[in-house]
Design a binder for this molecule. Structure first.
Ligand SMILES: *[C@@H]1O[C@H](CO)[C@@H](O)[C@H](O)[C@H]1NC(C)=O
Ligand SMILES: *[C@@H]1O[C@H](CO)[C@@H](O)[C@H](O)[C@H]1NC(C)=O
Ligand SMILES: *[C@@H]1O[C@H](CO)[C@@H](O)[C@H](O)[C@H]1NC(C)=O
Ligand SMILES: *[C@@H]1O[C@H](CO)[C@@H](O)[C@H](O)[C@H]1NC(C)=O
Ligand SMILES: *[C@@H]1O[C@H](CO)[C@@H](O)[C@H](O)[C@H]1NC(C)=O
Ligand SMILES: *[C@@H]1O[C@H](CO)[C@@H](O)[C@H](O)[C@H]1NC(C)=O
Length: 929
């Protein structure tokens, strides 16, 4: 199920700068320097980072290319490690991943130079590793990584994921890092009867630990730990499989952790009551008054306290003492304190435990106590906590742990415990035990919808496509990002505030939009915004900007936050109640309906805007994990929009399609969890054996038997997802890339062979060979016509455009034609459709969205009449018309729960398609606007 990062990874290592210059003088070599900049502001800290870079077809061969990095305008060489993450069909490099080590100096930009040379294989890796100082030792029992700034040890079995974290001076500041989990067998019923509820506790149980340091790692080391949660109290099978990825960079004193959990419980029996990760912090030898607790509050704020406070007392130990303690510095020798204090320390309470809890996105509470059995003392809280906790001492050092998007992923908590003992703990709760247990049961009891007829009738009113048994969370996942920061001594509060910011917006590097566009490595259907915009184009840009900002604001105003929800947006608005239809069957969470993902990512690609990157990233993390099944009978499929992300009975690859995560995958330099999601779809076609997407509407539902050699396949909704999967597996040279290439080619040839190509609508797919035969209604291939507004709304035009770019002259003969026919005739009108296909396509909607197909055909055919038609479809058919207000309205007072902005004319279907079509039309036929 995992795709090792080393697929096709030719680590090109580091040539030193002198040799790079030498290549420049070689006649047979070429060299390009690509500038990468931080997305958004240059960060205060560089603790190591990974990014991706695209390269034009045919330019660089993997075995003959070296990459070097320079910082700033100058010639300062920086440590990078490089590997290939995607190839063009001719095996030239399409995308590379690059790891940049940590550094004191943070440059505004870096130049990455690719150099080819005649004699490959001369890179001296030994040089590189001595330069970087990252060392990895891998024994039978454990793996140890030393970044030069910290050393971390990862056992290969047991419950401890991270046995020690040591600072460079050798202090152990974190120990026994382990996952903890609480669950219960039921939920308190309305009478408060809890007698029959079993409460269980679990710890991580490691099954596999791997180190992926590229080949001859120099700059980055990745430790991947897989396992399940095992009961430590109560009886339960091992469950909730986890994957933890620890990223360590040379010269960095941070560890980034990507924490993935797959839900494999029963919604009505397994109620998760707390998901945490816990570390021991050694405190022996540290005076209580030199032990410090720090908890991040709002807007860069911190709670700064000592375990035994000596400020605010009736007697003053001395200003120097108070000031040192507050700053987290070692206090002056106690002999120098005012003896009225030093003689009475034993009367000053020490605080053993602290707890910060964020049960809503609007507020966190804080409390502390001297010990178990004594009352908690409330500490004034705040709104949105930064998600970082530190425990340690002025002389012994300590550990900080942070969770990205802490408040956005509520309910969360940070606990500090046993701070007065020799070993304290920090517990980061990804799901707070103070919250109600997680309830993943269906939100209604089925309402008696027992037959397909009833279910279809109910769809008419709530738009929910319900079917018992399909509303299961079994197999969904969630990924979170954590950071660990060890310290030799308690750091300044400013340092911790910077690290809180770092954890919430981990710095990311990217190439300029113009460069990415020029390589055509992730679609040629978007373009950067030119300076000489026409009035009409400027209006469209204003509207695009409006939509992006509107959704960003809606997320915050409508509180689209929470453990499972953060990153998603809603589908349709209820203007009467002034609220999104969060509680109406098929209208609530959007689950990628009509490709908002592609809108957001393409908008980022053309603008490079940091706010759009973060927004699209959260959306990608959500939609790829929560809306998709990763194990179980629906593995590979995602769920249609609804009140619960997993609730609707329509399970399809149109939701899980990897094209929605492709841009993030490449820009992130091959984020390993995302790569795993892309690869895991290689078996998505198997899910057709379990789920017949047409089961409720077929005439022969009594007699129909699923035949693996003749599976109903929608040439739009289904094939676009499969084709995206196969192209990504092929270009990444994943473990099954040859099978992927073969199925891609076979299906493309099959579609060409259908009398009406894409207009056929449906075909019978042979799971084993990839051959698609004519649909059951047209065994003779006389020419079926089935055109749906949805077929091209889930990435079909985008994947075909990419395939066309990718295959070039090897595109199967006739394939371009069958696609251009579809593009042309969708919007051509009944008469032309009838003349060409014998029948019209019927009433079709989503014409604004389909204008991008017209634009694509216009560009390919160089046909300005068609280009003009594209703009007409875009501007004056359906969707979001230029005559709308293009403004939101602010509502407050008793009409609404809280003040909000609303735009009743916006639906996410329309917004997604408007965004995509605007971007693609501007890129393809802006001259005709
Ligand atoms: C790199 O070289 C090796 C050894 O010659 C060869 O097997 C491999 O296919 C090459 N890889 C690429 C992508 O050209
Ligand atoms: C470099 O050469 C070695 C042995 O000569 C070979 O095993 C290896 O595959 C080559 N590496 C590349 C990247 O071509
Ligand atoms: C509580 O539930 C248990 C198990 O269902 C039942 O045996 C018991 O009678 C209930 N107690 C009350 C007070 O309802
Ligand atoms: C605190 O220490 C006590 C005594 O050693 C231990 O029982 C308890 O589990 C510790 N708390 C945590 C959160 O580990
Ligand atoms: C099969 O289809 C018929 C006609 O649409 C319908 O009446 C019947 O309920 C369906 N079967 C099931 C199992 O729902
Ligand atoms: C904008 O400038 C580009 C490049 O010079 C040119 O090709 C294009 O036609 C111009 N567009 C408009 C609307 O003037």
């Amino acid at each position: 199920m995992s795709l090792p990062r080393t697929i096709g990874a030719i680590v090109l290592g580091l040539a030193n700068f002198a040799s790079a210059q030498k290549y420049r003088t070689n006649n047979n070599s070429s060299e390009d320097a690509v500038t990468v900049r931080w997305i958004g502001n240059t960060p205060a800290l560089n603790l190591g980072s990974t990014f991706g870079l695209p390269w034009p077809r045919g330019k660089y061969q993997a075995n003959q290319t070296t990459f070097t990095g320079l910082g700033g305008d100058g010639n300062d060489q920086v440590q990078i490690e490089s590997w290939v993450i995607a190839y063009w069909p001719d095996d030239s490099i399409k995308w590379t991943g690059h790891a940049l080590g940590g550094s004191e100096k943070v440059y505004e930009e870096y130049k990455i130079t690719a150099s080819t040379r005649v004699e490959a294989n001369t890179t001296k890796r030994a040089n590189s590793s001595t330069q970087s100082g990252l060392t990895v030792s891998d024994s039978n029992d454990e793996i140890t990584v030393n970044t030069g700034k910290l050393t971390a040890t990862f056992p290969k079995s047991g419950s401890t994921l991270l046995s020690t974290i040591k600072t460079s001076s050798g202090k152990i500041v974190g120990q026994n890092g382990r996952l903890i989990l609480r669950s219960q067998s039921g939920i308190t019923n309305d009478n408060g009867n809890t007698t029959s509820i079993d409460k269980l506790r679990f710890e991580s149980n490691i099954e596999e630990v791997t180190v992926d340091s590229g080949k001859g790692s120099t700059v980055r080391s990745l430790i991947t730990v897989r396992g399940k949660h095992q009961a430590s109290l109560g009886t339960h099978d091992d469950w909730l499989p986890f994957i933890l990825r620890f990223y360590l960079y040379a010269n960095s004193d941070a560890i980034r952790v990507v924490h993935t959990l797959v839900f494999d419980g029963k919604a009505d029996k397994d109620f998760v009551a707390g998901i945490g990760i816990q570390f021991d912090v050694p405190l022996a030898g540290e005076e209580l008054y030199n032990r410090h607790v720090r908890l991040a509050g709002s807007e860069g704020g911190l709670l700064s306290e000592a375990v035994q406070g000596i400020t605010g007392l009736r007697r003053d130990p001395g200003e120097e003492v108070r000031s040192a303690q507050f700053k987290g510095e070692q206090t002056p020798d106690i002999a120098s304190w005012d003896t009225r204090v030093s003689s009475r320390l034993k009367w000053i309470p020490s605080w053993n435990d602290y707890s910060l809890t964020q049960l809503s996105p609007d507020g966190f509470t804080l409390k502390k106590r001297t010990k178990a059995g004594q009352s908690w003392v409330k500490i004034p809280g705040g709104t949105r906590a930064g998600g970082l906790a530190y425990l340690g001492g002025a002389t012994q050092g300590g550990l900080a742990v942070a969770l990205r998007d802490f408040w956005k992923k509520y309910p969360t908590s940070l606990d500090i415990s046993n701070a007065t003992t020799d070993v304290g703990q920090i517990t980061l709760w990804l799901y707070s035990p103070s919250a109600e247990p997680m309830d993943l049961r269906p939100f209604h009891d089925g309402l008696g919808e027992d037959t397909y007829d009833d279910q279809l009738d109910a769809l008419e009113i709530t738009y929910e496509d319900y079917e018992g048994g399909y509303n299961t969370p079994y197999g969904i996942a969630r990924t979170n990002e954590l950071f660990l920061f060890p310290f030799d001594k308690t750091p300044s509060s400013d340092t911790l505030a910077s690290l809180t910011e770092h954890a919430n917006e981990p710095p990311a590097l990217a190439a300029d939009p113009a460069y990415i566009q020029q390589t055509k490595a992730v679609g040629s259907y978007w373009e950067t915004i030119p300076d000489n915009l026409t009035e009409a184009a400027r209006t469209i840009e204003t509207h695009l900007n409006f939509l992006i900002k509107f959704y960003q604001d809606q997320v915050s105003q409508r509180r689209w936050y929470g453990f499972w929800d953060h990153g998603d947006i809603m589908h349709t608005y209820d203007e009467d109640r002034h609220t999104w239809r969060y509680d109406i069957g098929g209208y609530a969470w959007d689950n990628s309906e009509l490709s908002p993902n592609l809108f957001f990512w393409n908008y980022f690609l053309r603008t490079g805007r940091a706010d759009v990157y973060r927004f699209a990233e959260a959306h990608a993390r959500h939609t790829g994990e929560v809306d998709v099944y990763h194990i179980g009978p629906f593995k590979g499929f995602g769920t249609r929009h609804g009140v619960q992300h997993w609730g609707d009975s329509s399970k399809q690859i149109r939701v899980s399609t990897p094209i929605y995560r492709q841009v993030f995958y490449y820009l992130s330099g091959g984020d390993e969890r995302t790569g795993e999601l892309l690869h895991e779809l290689m078996d998505a076609d198997q899910a057709f054996l379990t789920v017949d997407p047409r089961r409720k509407v077929r005439k022969d539902n009594g007699t129909y038997v699923i035949d693996p050699t003749a599976l109903d396949l929608d040439l739009g909704l289904d094939w676009s997802g499969l084709a995206s999967t196969w192209l990504l597996e092929w270009e990444r040279r994943g473990p099954r890339w040859e099978e992927a290439r073969s199925k891609l080619n076979t299906t493309m040839h099959s579609i060409v062979n259908l009398k009406n190509g894409f207009v056929t609508g449906l075909g019978l797919y042979n799971l084993y060979t990839g051959v698609i035969s004519p649909p059951a209604t047209d065994p003779e291939n006389l020419g079926n016509v089935t055109v749906s507004h949805l077929s091209a709304s889930f990435g079909l035009p985008e994947i075909i455009s990419q395939l066309t770019d990718y295959l070039g002259d090897d595109l199967p003969t006739g394939f371009e034609q069958v696609w251009l026919d579809y593009c042309y005739y969708y919007g051509a009108g009944a008469a032309e459709q009838k003349a060409r296909y014998g029948v019209s396509f019927g009433n079709l909607s989503l014409k604004q969205g389909h204008s991008r197909l017209t634009a694509y055909a216009a560009k390919k055919l160089d046909n300005s009449t068609l280009a003009a038609r594209a703009w007409k479809e875009f501007l004056s058919t359906d969707g979001l018309s230029p005559s709308l207000s293009w403004a939101s309205e602010h509502l407050n007072g008793s009409e609404v729960l809280v003040p909000v902005d609303e735009a009743t004319w916006v639906s996410t279907n329309d917004a997604a398609l408007y965004g995509l079509a605007a971007i693609e039309n501007l890129a393809q036929v802006s001259y005709a606007l």
